[in-house]
Every structure is written in structure tokens, then in C-alpha cells.
Design a protein around this ligand. Structure first.
Ligand SMILES: N[C@@H](CCC(=O)N[C@@H](CS)C(=O)NCC(=O)O)C(=O)O
Length: 202
């Protein structure tokens, strides 16, 4: 069975984060462009891959994976030579998972609610992310000692957290843009060759 990753892609989407990860881990991949304007993500064929009708999607060794953070974690495990995930038994795997899941489950929804000017959650204790401010403070604590989330070691979690923060900065998210910890971190991770290769293509 081929090791090639089939990557359903549109550069104007979260699939850019997966593209960065594919370059980081040195995976052999083939891009299948998906044109949103032609509704190619809502065809029966595409919905059979992802019933959400959303990108990104990958197919690898007969398996379909969706959800940006899940794809990034999956690729780190499938292409271990790149050294982008701590071993399963390594305690730092806990730190790696912690901030990867935090970014997907707390930072992303908090960020979108804030950018869309949705009202803050009525109750911090029943809202999964508490408050936007609490999320940013927690994320900043993870980055404060740096240079990466695992300290000296760059990992797949930095791809996802870095891409989310970079995106937040582009959209002028309050508390992110202009903050020295976030700005320095994003500058550091987006200076990587893999990121720059992808950015040069778009
Ligand atoms: N939770 C998903 C979100 C995926 C998502 O919303 N993708 C957007 C592009 S960034 C999409 O495909 N939108 C097209 C649509 O819903 O019609 C992930 O993290 O991968």
C-alpha cells in the first residue's frame, strides 16, 4: 500500500495548516484541489469523505482523517522520522496533547466568538473555554518559557498553535496582535523553511 497522503486542499482554508505540517514531516503527498466556489466540497463524493462538507481532509493508507488538529497529530505519528511528536510513553506527550487539544477545543472557539463579536458566554464555569481572556492567559503561560511549547523542541503542536495564532494576528485578534509573547512566538515558527515553502506557493 502506498505511503502517499492524498490531501484535499484549498489554500483559503484551514487546510493551509495541514499543508505546513505535510512539509514539516516530509510526507509524500498529492494535492486534490477543492474549489469552494463550484461547491466541490458539497458533492456526494466529497460528503462521503467528510459528511461535514469541510476541509481539510486527508486519505492515507485507506483511512480518512478530518479535523485539522487530528490530521496534524496523525501525520506526526505516521512520519516519526521528522521527530515532531514525543514518544507515546514520554511524559512530555502529556504537554504536547494538552496544548494541541486546548488550541482546538478552547482557543479556536473563543477566538471565533470574539472575532464574530458574539456575546461572551453567560457563565464562565459552564462555558468550555471559560472566557477569551482566560484562554489567552493560559496559552501565554504555555509559551512564556519557550522557545516552543515543549521547550527547546519544536513539535506538531507548534504547527497547530502557531498557525492558529498567526491567523488570529492577521485578523487583529485583541490581546494577540501586539503582545510580545505571541508576536515573538509566531515570528519564530513562521520563519521555518516548511512554513515559508507553503507561504511562497499562495
Ligand atoms: N473543525 C474543523 C473546521 C473545518 C472548517 O470549518 N473548514 C472550513 C474552511 S477553513 C470549510 O471547509 N468551510 C466550507 C464550508 O463549510 O462550506 C477543522 O478544524 O478542521
Amino acid at each position: 500500500m502506498t505511503d502517499e497522503v492524498v490531501f484535499y486542499h484549498n489554500p483559503r482554508s484551514r487546510a493551509q495548516m495541514v499543508h505546513w505540517m505535510l512539509e514539516e514531516c516530509g510526507a509524500p503527498y498529492r494535492i486534490v484541489p477543492i474549489d469552494f466556489t463550484r461547491g466541490e466540497h458539497k458533492t456526494p463524493e466529497f460528503l462521503a469523505l467528510n459528511p461535514m462538507g469541510k476541509l481539510p481532509v486527508i486519505a492515507h493508507r485507506g483511512v480518512i482523517v478530518t479535523e485539522t488538529a487530528a490530521i496534524i497529530a496523525y501525520l506526526a505519528d505516521q512520519f516519526p522520522d521528522a521527530g515532531l511528536a514525543p514518544a507515546a510513553q514520554d511524559p512530555s506527550r502529556g504537554v504536547y496533547y494538552r496544548w494541541l487539544f486546548f488550541a482546538a477545543a478552547c482557543f479556536e472557539p473563543a477566538l471565533f466568538d470574539r472575532l464574530m463579536k458574539r456575546p461572551d458566554p453567560e457563565s464562565k464555569s459552564s462555558s468550555g473555554y471559560g472566557s477569551y481572556e482566560d484562554v489567552l492567559a493560559a496559552l501565554k503561560s504555555a509559551l512564556a518559557s519557550g522557545p516552543y511549547i515543549l521547550g527547546e523542541t519544536f513539535s506538531a503542536t507548534d504547527v497547530y498553535v502557531g498557525a492558529e495564532l498567526n491567523w488570529a494576528m492577521m485578523f487583529g485578534a485583541p490581546g494577540v496582535k501586539g503582545d510580545v509573547v505571541f508576536e515573538d512566538y509566531v515570528a519564530r515558527v513562521t520563519a521555518r523553511r516548511a512554513y515559508l515553502r507553503v507561504a511562497a506557493e499562495t
